[in-house]
Design a protein around this ligand. Structure first.
Ligand code: NAD
Length: 348
């Protein structure tokens, strides 16, 4: 069996390719030319095909004759993707993958599409209708990234109806590799470490991939400015009502394993699933990271930029027996065991 993994040199794609290779499958990894993640991917025995999702000819060649497609390649908000890239790479690129599959993969058994919880995300200032968010929660994307993911899901559903291509869409929340929890410069570090958060917020243009810069951003920037003395320290946002936001998260290895299980699940064809881990990014986790790193933690009281946002993942378990169990605390411990120089105190 041959599987095409797009975005195979990325955070999740690498682990999907690695796990499939460990099962003895043939994997073709579609990567950007010169992607720095390619050598690590090649070491798994994955066949590497370079190209761009916007370029139909290169996608046609990559899809040729495959049995399944795991479509993870995309421009991401957290990697500084622009609205133009969300349109060109995520909408047009997904269309290209589906058209290429229709035309060049006659034996296709499943397309798995990486969507996002951004399809629910009306605005970074508006809380969801209900928590936890299940798959029936209204989809009201308030970002072009979210709209592009919803468009991708709709195209998958339409290609299934029109051309009989069985497709499964997966809505992930924050997905990370262990080191990203303890490195201030990672995309997740920039949400917890004062200096990096200040720098990232100060550099935010008026129109950014999560919306338009406004009063809430300015208040948070001011709170971080007052706190930032250039040293490593963490912060937790606390609303004027004393609550702190809670978000879903998952480890890239667990998401990769779930992607493969859902690819192989007959019950998952034509379905859409939320996927996330059992623990959250919240005050407790950030306090734990600060304690393990031996760093100061400060609560900043300002209007919270992103209200609480966490997913109900019971549908994946109910229909396909997929449940992620690894806790974020264990992931932090693992990251620190790989970098013992950073941990300044033992587990509590
Ligand atoms: P990633 O950025 O690590 O990987 C994405 C890959 O896509 C990269 O290797 C990149 O080189 C490739 N890519 C980007 N533009 C391309 C183009 N024009 N042509 C070909 N390849 C291109 O991201 P990830 O965290 O592994 O995410 C994988 C998928 O999951 C993405 O579709 C993303 O939108 C979705 N997702 C991720 C998260 C998360 O928190 N990481 C959350 C929700 C959804």
């Amino acid at each position: 069996m041959t599987t095409l993994v797009t975005g195979a040199a990325g955070r999740i794609g690498y682990h999907v390719a690695r796990l499939l290779r460990e099962r003895g499958e043939h994997v073709r990894g579609f990567v950007l030319p010169g992607d720095p993640g390619s050598p690590r991917l090649a070491a798994t025995g994955t066949e590497i095909v370079e190209g761009r999702l916007e370029d139909r000819a290169s996608v046609d060649g990559a899809v040729n004759g495959v049995d399944t497609v795991v479509h993870l390649g995309a421009a991401l908000t957290s990697r500084g993707g622009t609205d133009n890239e969300f349109f060109d790479v995520n909408i047009k690129g997904t269309f290209n993958v589906l058209m290429a599959t229709r035309d060049h993969a006659p034996g296709i058994r499943r397309v798995v599409f990486a969507s996002s919880d951004a399809v629910y995300f009306e605005s970074s200032k508006v809380p969801p209708d209900h928590l936890p968010i299940d798959e029936d929660h209204p989809r009201r994307p308030g970002t072009i990234y979210g709209a592009a993911k919803l468009a991708g899901e709709e195209m998958c559903r339409t290609f299934q109806r029109a051309y009989g291509i069985p497709a499964t869409s997966l809505r992930f929340s924050f997905v990370s590799e262990p080191w990203e929890w303890i490195d201030p410069r990672s995309v997740y570090g920039r949400r917890m470490f004062v200096h990096e958060a200040f720098k990232a917020l100060a550099a935010l243009p008026e129109y950014h991939s999560l919306g338009r810069r406004g009063e809430i951003e300015e208040q948070k920037l001011e709170a971080l400015r007052q706190l930032d003395d250039g040293t490593d320290q963490l912060f937790v946002e606390v609303s004027p009502d004393g609550t702190s936001p809670t978000y879903s998260q998952a480890d890239a290895r667990d998401i990769a394993a779930a992607v493969i299980s859902l690819r192989d699940s007959p019950a998952a064809a034509g379905e859409t699933f939320n996927l996330a881990g059992p623990t959250y990014v919240d005050r407790d986790l950030i306090a734990y990271i600060a304690r393990r790193l031996g760093l100061r933690l400060t609560e900043i009281t300002a209007p919270v930029m992103h209200p609480s946002w966490y997913l109900d993942t019971s549908k994946a378990e109910r229909l396909a027996g997929v449940r992620i169990t690894r806790s974020a605390f264990d992931i932090v411990d693992e990251a620190l065991s790989n970098r013992p120089d950073l941990g300044r105190s033992g587990p509590p």
